[in-house]
Design a binder for this molecule. Structure first.
Ligand code: ZN
Length: 777
């Protein structure tokens, strides 16, 4: 039987490229480059000054019913831990949300009782709707703020950027005073194309990100979107901007990089969610009351850093109660078999982390499937974490019969799901409870979440398996990046100071986590356990400084100089290769797919493409065409690749060892057919290109090859691939694209891939501004 190399190549590329980004960041988006912790210490309230606006604190109304979100044992000490006399001192969001889960549209009113806990008298309040960074090109931003009133009077709101709303106060608000803002807003969660959350499509998007320059921020990873029958509302409501205490100003800079958008201050929340008909809602906080209609639920909680809502008509729910906490898993129709497993992983993680760090504080923990995209495996929010629906499917859904035998559900994929779940659950401690500045110092909560996940594998399965999980889910990020020829560098940088998602993943997710392993090795297991508990105790409900862990470890062991040196080595210097070693592509492939017959076939096929070095070179070239390093000319890498392949073709068509594409046989091409998602992809590519064939011989030839494939004949990859690349360039040069990035391959490639995988709509999601990008025949 003839081998089917291409399917394995695309699979391999997709998986290799997916892995680095599988554990996504919280609140993806674009941060301001600088800023201090948003959580300021509670200043002494100035109650004596004459004020026209503002009331003395605390006066936010009773929060008693919201205390249901907290474990009883936590309640007595929490105000002191936060640094307030009473929990009512925190700012209070009271939101009334009406959501249409079929259309993804919503209308809402928000009453924000703002307590000025800064040390400054304020003449304005800045609100942010970070979700407006995630809209689609050419469409209105997802959320529209219709009006804001301050202390009952309409305010003249300035809107200097897509996510920023400056609300002037009628009178200066001294520290310690409160003022009520009322906002009316509506929105529509951007709707994903059918199949957009599929594994194959996501692999293609990761490849695209290699072409896409150093921007990152792929559609906000779908945290505010609708897909797979799920509406995901994150970053959806006007939230207080970060306040930079050291600079005495609000953060009013538009996001411009990668990573988190900010660190929200602790606040109390009450959110009423109303939907027509029956639907299941998963959210931060806990359910407080239910109304008369089928879906009218009020949720709430105290001392939360954010509030996220997901809803679906098809969510199946399983739950288990552990001590004072109920853990729930939500999965949509068709993914039910995964519910019990992610529930089990979350429960096990809860138990490990409570033992290792300290108590989980909330009475509820939700794990919800969400239509994440852009390679994100999961995202964390207070009291709720999401897992990409992409991970809750068998590979055959994407790859159909092109999948090598025995690879339908790879052990590594299962391990990845588990790793994602427990990583996100760890964020309940490192970010949810112990705050950190995830814009200036993202390594802190991400590194601890990664290392916590390794501890979970160790405690649940033993050190050997933990080491392997770490190699695949942590270290691999670093090795793949280094293999692409990109340089090691310091880890402790602001999100905007990384060149792109690959470098961010490599250093923040791949290298930094091993600092904690190094500390543990230096001070021993017992001392390390003590430091973890003490770190939790000292910083819960506060914001930890970047070197707080090293300082505390030094303090508790009397070895401060040594531990601060370790901190510098791992976070400010570049010793990655020395500390983590290096790996070649063969080792990485083996790590990913293990020793199997399929791995042998794959290796054989790779030899035909110039061996492992050839594939590494190909990846380097792809990245060189505008990838994470930036700097190189947009088309160079692609041109070189083209040249190489054409040279191969000229050497005699099917050069020895060069692979052939198999034909489709008589099977017919549809999504449920033997080719999975690849079937429609071929079909749509052909349909898309057919009208252009008359004017372009290259495209005509490509269409002919696609026809032959669909008829069941074998096709030479050597001939097909250059034609495909040539076609991309033809589309680019002939039909042109507007915007500042015209001239690089990315826009046309993106468009084509969207056309291919999404069924032909030209809508272009973007967190970046490329006006009017689109094909103009
Ligand atoms: Zn994370």
């Amino acid at each position: 039987m003839r081998s089917r190399p291409v399917r394995r190549l695309s699979w391999c590329l997709a998986l290799l490229l997916l892995l680095p980004a599988a554990c996504s960041k919280s609140r993806p988006g674009q941060p301001a480059a600088r800023g201090g912790p948003a959580l300021t210490g509670a200043p002494v309230a100035d109650l004596d000054g004459a004020v026209d606006a503002g009331r003395p604190a605390p006066a936010s109304g009773p929060v008693d019913d919201l205390l249901a979100s907290l474990r009883p044992g936590v309640r007595p000490g929490i105000a002191r831990a936060i640094g307030v006399a009473d929990l009512g001192e925190l700012s209070f969001y009271d939101i009334d949300l009406r959501l249409d889960p079929d259309a993804g549209t919503f209308e809402a009113r928000e009453r924000l009782d703002f307590h000025n806990r800064t040390a400054d008298t304020l003449d304005r309040v800045v609100l942010r709707v970070y979700g407006n960074e995630f809209g689609r090109e050419g469409e209105a931003p997802p959320v529209t703020l219709q009006s804001v009133a301050v202390a009952g009077a309409a305010a003249a709101v300035e809107h200097p950027g897509p996510t920023t709303y400056v609300v002037p106060l009628p009178a200066p608000l001294p520290p310690g005073r409160r003022v009520v803002l009322e906002a009316v807003f509506s929105g529509a969660a951007p709707r994903q194309e059918p199949g957009q959350t599929g594994m194959l499509r996501q692999g293609l998007e990761m490849i695209r990100s290699l072409f896409g320059g150093g921007g990152g921020g792929i559609e906000g990873y779908g945290i505010l979107s609708m897909g797979d029958g799920i509406v995901s509302l994150a970053a959806w409501y006007p939230v207080l901007a970060r306040y930079f205490a050291d600079e005495r100003r609000w953060d009013d800079e538009e996001p411009a990089g990668i990573g988190d958008v900010g660190t929200e201050d602790l606040a109390n929340y009450r959110v009423r969610v109303r939907l027509p008909g029956q639907a299941t809602v998963a959210s931060s906080g806990v359910e407080l009351t239910r109304g008369a209609t089928p879906t009218d639920v009020t949720f709430g909680g105290v001392a939360l850093r954010d509030f996220t809502v997901l809803a679906s008509r098809t969510y199946a729910v399983v739950e288990r109660t552990v001590g004072e906490t109920t853990v729930r898993a939500y999965v949509p129709q068709g993914r039910e078999p995964f519910a019990a497993r992610i529930l089990d992983d979350a429960v096990a993680a809860l138990e490990v982390y409570e033992r290792r760090f300290g108590p989980y504080t909330l009475t509820e923990l939700d794990v919800a499937a969400a239509p994440l995209i852009g390679g994100a495996g999961g995202v964390e929010f207070p009291g709720i974490v999401t897992v990409a629906t992409m991970l809750l499917q068998d590979l055959s859904e994407s790859f159909g019969a092109w999948l090598p035998p025995g690879m339908n559900r790879l052990p590594i994929l299962d391990e990845m799901v588990e790793f994602v779940v427990v990583h996100e659950v760890a964020h309940q401690w490192w970010n949810g409870l112990v705050g950190s500045d995830s814009v200036r110092h993202p390594f802190l909560d991400e590194g601890m979440a990664q290392y916590s996940s390794v501890l979970y594998f160790e405690d649940r399965y033993g050190p050997e398996r933990a080491a392997r999980a770490a190699d695949r889910n942590v270290k691999l990020n670093y090795h793949v990046y280094r293999l692409l020829g990109s340089p090691d560098g310091p880890v402790d940088r602001a999100t905007g100071d990384f060149s792109g998602p690959l470098e961010y993943a490599a250093l923040v997710y791949g290298k930094g986590p091993y600092f904690w392993a190094a500390v543990r090795k230096a001070i021993g297991d017992e001392a390390f356990d003590r430091v973890l508990h003490a770190y939790y105790e000292r910083h819960a409900y506060r914001v930890a400084e970047p070197d707080a862990f090293a300082r505390l470890a030094g303090e508790l062991t009397g070895r401060t100089d040594e531990l601060l040196a370790l901190h510098r080595r791992w976070f400010h210097e570049a010793h990655g290769d020395e500390d983590l070693g290096t790996a070649d592509l063969g080792q990485l492939l083996q790590l990913v797919i293990g020793d199997s017959a399929a791995a042998g076939q794959l290796t054989g096929m790779l030899q035909g493409l110039g061996g492992l070095d050839g594939l590494a070179g190909l990846l380097r070239m792809l990245q060189g065409s505008g990838g994470a390093d930036g700097g190189s000319d947009g088309d160079q890498g692609l041109a070189a690749l083209l040249q190489m392949l054409q040279a191969g073709a000229a050497d005699g068509g099917a050069a020895p060892g060069m692979p052939l594409l198999p034909g489709a046989g008589d099977a017919g091409i549809d999504a449920d057919g033997p080719f999975g998602e690849l079937g429609p992809l071929f079909e749509m590519t052909r349909a898309l290109l057919q009208p252009l064939a008359a004017d372009h011989p290259d495209i005509a030839r490509l269409v002919e090859l696609l026809d032959r494939m669909l008829r069941g004949e074998d096709v030479s990859l050597v001939e097909l691939l250059p034609l495909l690349l040539q076609t991309l360039q033809t589309l680019q040069s002939t039909y042109g694209l507007d915007g500042p990035d015209a001239g690089v391959v990315d826009p046309s490639l993106l468009l084509l891939m969207q056309q291919m995988a999404g069924g032909g709509t030209a809508a272009r999601p973007s967190g970046r501004t490329r006006p009017d990008a689109g094909l103009r025949p």
